[in-house]
Design a protein around this ligand. Structure first.
Ligand SMILES: Cc1cc2nc3c(=O)[nH]c(=O)nc-3n(C[C@H](O)[C@H](O)[C@H](O)COP(=O)(O)OP(=O)(O)OC[C@H]3O[C@@H](n4cnc5c(N)ncnc54)[C@H](O)[C@@H]3O)c2cc1C
Length: 339
């Protein structure tokens, strides 16, 4: 999947509604481990025609976060899959999947197929890390009701239970070691995608603030003509421009493995891990600055800023919060043996 094109689409949709952007992108993101450059053609041929149907919206969902936590599953180079609670045991020509997942975007009754991040051996390492595709109508799959959240109402999340769920062995994305590599590439694209979503929200906020500061009069002149405000407005643009530079540089790196290396290596993981905390911090700062400038009007439901404010925080929390990116960055750039 072309990372720059995906980022541009995500940015534009997020400018309007980052929840909707999340719902649309996570559906496809769930399928990315079996798509080029590491494609599993039989599985693609089985599932992707459904995604192209114009009859109805066919929905994918990445079930990563376990009942006992999300970061441990994504801490690929720290714990190497050893703390994954969801298991897949081989039984003849089937996988038997058991586990309890939380939060998959597009769950809560929407998902048609889950990519389930699990382990074939909780004592094993990278070789046991597995991504197994499970159609949601398989016996033993239960989706709970949608969670109530502070924001991101354009997408739906719930508990998902897998109780002795049987799928053909061919539904594993690739196989030993290969699934762990596919997961690394998956995280890299998620980091860049999150950056693009943050930029989209910041652009939406910029447009609101621009209108506000053009027309709001205090002390006898419009807000933007006050030096103290102009400095804040300039800082908002600095955040957007530097976030753009960071995000699209990393998207370009993902798209050019012949120059920068494959998206499944630890260096690319560390480099794209920089994107998420940096850009989501810029987003938090931009939304706060905008709220300061707009005062009570920014906080009111009648305006649009408060929605951006409620939607934005999760962009720094998901995919392992702040700690996991820091661990991956320190591991690669300082050879820090921490997990
Ligand atoms: C709107 C929304 C959409 C989501 N979409 C999805 C989805 O599509 N699929 C999915 O599976 N999940 C999804 N999630 C879940 C999300 O990815 C997880 O919440 C997130 O990865 C963190 O996991 P956790 O909440 O279990 O926190 P934990 O993993 O319990 O982490 C708690 C704290 O510990 C820190 N931490 C983590 N690892 C370490 C470490 N090794 N050392 C020290 N500190 C550490 C974290 O940074 C965090 O601050 C979504 C969540 C939301 C709110």
């Amino acid at each position: 999947m072309n990372a720059i094109m995906s980022a541009l689409c995500l940015e534009e949709i997020s400018r309007a509604d980052v929840g909707l952007a999340t719902a649309a992108s996570c559906s496809v993101w769930a399928m990315s481990p079996i798509m080029p450059p590491r494609e599993n053609r039989p599985l693609m041929e089985l599932f992707t025609p459904e995604f192209l149907s114009d009859e109805r919206w066919y929905v994918g969902s990445a079930a990563i976060t376990d009942g006992r936590g999300g970061s441990d599953v994504e801490n690929l180079d720290g714990t190497h899959g050893r703390h994954i609670a969801t298991t897949a045991k081989r039984s003849g020509d089937e996988w038997v999947v058991n586990g309890h997942k939380l939060w998959p975007t597009d769950s809560g009754g929407l998902a048609d197929v889950f990519s389930v991040f699990c382990t074939t051996d909780p004592e094993g390492g990278d070789e046991a890390f597995a991504i197994i595709y499970v159609p949601s109508d398989t016996p033993g799959v239960t989706q709970g009701g949608p969670y109530r959240k502070a924001g991101m109402s354009g997408e739906s999340n719930s508990d998902v239970w897998f109780d002795d769920v049987r799928v053909p062995v061919e539904y594993r994305a690739h196989g030993p070691y290969e699934d762990a590599l596919a997961a690394r590439a998956f995280i890299c694209s998620g980091n860049v995608g999150t950056g693009a979503q943050c930029i989209g929200v910041m652009r939406g906020v910029y447009e609101l603030v621009r209108d506000w500061c053009d027309t709001r009069v205090v002390g006898g002149k419009v807000l933007k003509e006050h030096t103290i405000t102009a400095g804040v407005l300039a800082d908002i643009v600095v955040s957007i421009e530097t976030s753009r530079a960071e995000t699209y540089l990393k998207a370009r790196m993902l798209d050019q493995p012949e120059v920068y290396g494959s998206r499944d290596n630890p260096e690319m993981l560390a480099r794209t891990r920089v994107t998420k905390p940096y850009v989501s911090d810029q987003l938090t700062s931009v939304v706060n600055k905008a709220m300061d400038l707009m005062g009570a009007y920014g906080y009111a439901r009648e305006g649009d800023l408060e929605k951006y404010w409620r939607d934005s925080k999760i962009l720094s929390l998901w995919m392992g919060g702040r700690a996991l990116p820091q661990l991956d960055i320190a591991r690669w750039f300082f050879d820090a043996q921490t997990y």
